[in-house]
Design a protein around this ligand. Structure first.
Ligand code: NCD
Ligand code: ZN
Length: 341
């Protein structure tokens, strides 16, 4: 049987939520991933050192004995250098949301002004703290990421030593930026490699595929696929797995977010295999991220095998139910074991 062995797969953009949802979804990442960058968009947002440390503790409790490192982030606000020095060792990055652009981002930045934000961004550059950005304007939904490119450019130029990560890129315009500025990097999700707007809204409306940024055109997907499959050194996998309760998705007024973490590795293996690029998956899923974030791989070994697997219709714990991408469908790859067992 065809297999692939991955060393320390990392998910560089993950929503684990809190309370019962955290307890439901955290083990679905920690069983297969070696670690993840944890998004701070809780209510209220994670914006103090205490909140970071307490949230990390709750995550560690939720994953039990799994070998999994939660790499914590702070919700971007104007922070003083003293504060950043004090919190630096407890975080891996700071996440900037334009105000109101997505789930729980109301406390984000109203206007991304390089002069107004300079004290915080200069301090982050000096302290080597990466800046992760949800790069969308509040323009027409299909143009929001494209319109944000000028903001990325002005930040990349004004703060050349700041590592800027364009999160969950969805357009060919964002792919182009990667080679234009040394300090721009990107995460790419599973779903944006696989779907276009046609899958979301071209036939029956598919709430479980609705997310921010919305899936785009075929040529955009092609540009993302190309840099992922070649494991471009400035891109890394970030699932943006964003669970919402089943009732909040299957609702008029559907919450944005696609839940992918339990089958992300399996479907990535299928995608890289189909495109004859399986040898590049290790870089996309781990090595590139280790270089970009200066992390050491742990020694978590995951073996995947080419064997059919039927995706559950939902996962549940207590009163929480969450529906994964490809619910009830059969995928071609499965997890064999952990750490060689
Ligand atoms: C995310 C969420 O639900 O927290 N939703 C999404 O559609 N991706 C937030 C985000 O990353 O935009
Ligand atoms: Zn996200």
């Amino acid at each position: 049987m065809q297999t692939i062995t991955l060393n320390s797969p990392f998910d560089m953009h993950l929503h684990l939520r809190d309370n019962e949802m955290l307890e439901l979804v955290a083990p679905l990442s920690s069983s297969t991933f070696a670690g993840a960058i944890i998004m701070p968009n809780l209510v209220p947002p994670v914006d103090t050192k205490e909140a970071v440390l307490e949230y990390k503790d709750r995550i560690l409790r939720a994953i039990g004995n799994d070998q999994f490192s939660p790499f914590m982030t702070l919700f971007f606000k104007p922070y003083s250098k003293e504060f950043l020095e004090s919190v630096k060792d407890s975080i891996s990055a700071i996440k900037l949301y334009p105000a109101g652009i997505t789930t729980n981002s109301e406390g984000g930045v109203e206007s991304i002004d390089t002069v107004a934000l300079a004290p915080t961004l200069n301090a982050m550059s000096e302290l080597n703290i990466p800046l992760c950005i949800h790069g969308e304007t509040n323009g027409f939904v299909m143009d929001r990421e494209k319109e944000f490119m000028s903001v990325y450019e002005s930040l990349a130029i004004a703060f050349p030593k700041l590592k800027i990560i364009m999160e969950h890129i969805t357009t060919k315009d964002a792919v182009r930026m990667l080679d234009k500025y040394d300090n721009l990097y990107a995460t790419i999700t599973l779903h944006h490699l696989l779907i276009t707007l046609d899958d979301v809204a071209g036939g029956m409306l598919k709430p479980h595929l609705f997310c921010k940024p919305i899936a785009k055109r075929y040529e955009d997907r092609e540009a993302l696929q190309k840099v992922a499959l070649e494991a471009h050194p400035k891109v890394m996998f970030g699932s943006d797995s964003a669970p919402h309760p089943k009732h909040a998705k299957e609702n008029c007024g559907c919450a944005a977010g696609v839940f992918t973490s339990p089958i992300a590795l399996q479907v990535l293996a299928e995608f890289f295999d189909k495109n004859n690029k399986i040898e590049n998956l290790q870089k996309f899923i781990s090595n590139n991220a280790c270089k970009i974030y200066n992390m050491k791989p742990s020694s978590k070994i995951i073996v995947l095998e080419k064997k059919e697997f039927k995706v559950p219709s939902y996962y549940e714990k207590g009163d929480e139910k969450v529906v994964p991408i490809y619910a009830n469908e059969t995928i071609q790859w499965n997890i064999r074991n952990y750490n060689g067992k």
